[in-house]
Design a protein around this ligand. Structure first.
Ligand code: IPE
Ligand code: IPE
Ligand code: MG
Length: 234
């Protein structure tokens, strides 16, 4: 495989509900297939040499879905962490979570703290799961932290650079995404990584998330490698 310049891919895994509907199945069936695809795409990503993968698993807005659907998604997360943790460790994958943890059930909070701690030394791939995540909320939380630091005389307005502000976000220490992929044909950002996506190349595909395969991922990485990027220069 040729070297890629891409360090970080962020994905909005959309279309599970429509995938199930097309088959006359409940939405939760689509989410189950979607979770299975997370495992496949994580494996493919490790092979591709990309170092960071950030997956939008559940947004702050998704709390407004029906109680049944939210419960099914949370159960899938528990099952994923129980079943996949062994492979995550064997594959030297570090797993981290970004989002509002306080909103999550206590057992899930404990589980994600545990998997983060146990996988912290792994180096092949960082799998970042955006869970109960909203970018405006993240930016507001960072702003509040900056204000608190200012009150304590630990940060002045002059010292608040883009770099310092980035370090106050959940994604502190993670390079900004090079590629954003959204599946299912929708062309919006849906409150995902608004600050971090400032210079990211955007790829939208009509493929529904459960059908998104390694071949399409590799195709996108190849297209990224061929795109000319200028970043504000001429
Ligand atoms: C994405 O699929 C998964 C989550 C948002 C959790 P959707 O559930 O949004 O599927 P569609 O968009 O209704 O098809
Ligand atoms: C975005 O998808 C969130 C996730 C993929 C987890 P949604 O399906 O929730 O977004 P909207 O409602 O179409 O903007
Ligand atoms: Mg959707």
């Amino acid at each position: 495989m040729s070297e890629t310049l891409c360090k970080h891919i962020a994905i909005i895994m959309d279309g599970n509900g429509r995938w199930a509907k097309k088959r006359g199945m409940p939405r939760s069936f689509g989410h189950k297939k979607g979770a299975e695809n997370v495992v496949k795409i994580t494996r493919a990503m490790k092979e591709s040499g990309v170092k960071y993968l950030t997956l939008y698993a559940f947004s702050t807005e998704n709390w407004q879905r029906s109680a049944d659907e939210v419960a099914a998604l949370m159960q899938l997360l528990r099952d994923y962490l129980d079943k996949e943790f062994k492979e995550i460790m064997e594959n030297n994958v570090r797993i981290i979570f970004i989002g509002e943890r306080d909103m999550l059930a206590k057992d899930i909070q404990q589980k994600i703290n545990e998997v983060e701690t146990k996988s912290a030394g792994n180096t092949a791939l960082t799998l970042c799961i955006a869970l109960s995540y909203g970018s405006r909320q993240e930016i507001l939380a960072a702003t509040k932290r900056a204000m608190a630091l200012a009150v304590e005389d630990k940060l002045s307005a002059d010292d608040l650079s883009a770099e310092v502000f980035s370090s106050l976000l959940y994604t502190d220490g993670i390079p900004d995404p090079d590629i954003l992929i959204r599946t299912s044909g929708e062309q919006r950002i849906s409150n995902y990584l608004l600050w971090q996506l400032a210079y990211t190349e955007l790829f939208f595909t009509n493929t529904l998330w459960p059908d998104f395969e390694k071949e399409e991922l590799m195709d996108i990485i190849a297209k990224f490698n061929n795109r000319e990027r200028r970043y504000g220069k001429n």
